[in-house]
Design a protein. Structure first.
Length: 94
């Protein structure tokens, strides 16, 4: 009997890096919120947020993420790809 092996292919274009409780700041509908970056890649990030508000898939937001070894932030425009009551997945717009 011949067995087929399924090769799991990563659909992501960019490798993810886990973040250790990195705090970032989101600007959504002209309001600023703090969030925790769970993981990040060149293409996007997974965020945890305690606030509850209305989001739309495809909505454009701004995020400020700190550099790992300084107090400077990088500001990026991103698009909401999916969300639930605790997490937001975003895709960076280059």
């Amino acid at each position: 009997m011949k067995f087929l092996r399924w090769k799991h292919k990563n659909k992501r274009k960019h490798d993810r890096k886990l973040c250790n409780n990195t705090t970032a700041f989101l600007t959504i509908q002209d309001q600023e919120y703090s969030c925790t970056v769970e993981d990040i890649s060149r293409g996007g990030a997974l965020l945890t947020i305690d606030e509850h508000f209305t989001l739309k898939i495809g909505e454009i937001i701004e995020i400020q993420i700190p550099f790992s070894d300084s107090k400077k932030y990088v500001k990026k425009t991103a698009q909401i790809k999916r969300f639930n009551n605790k997490n937001i997945a975003i895709k960076f717009i280059w």
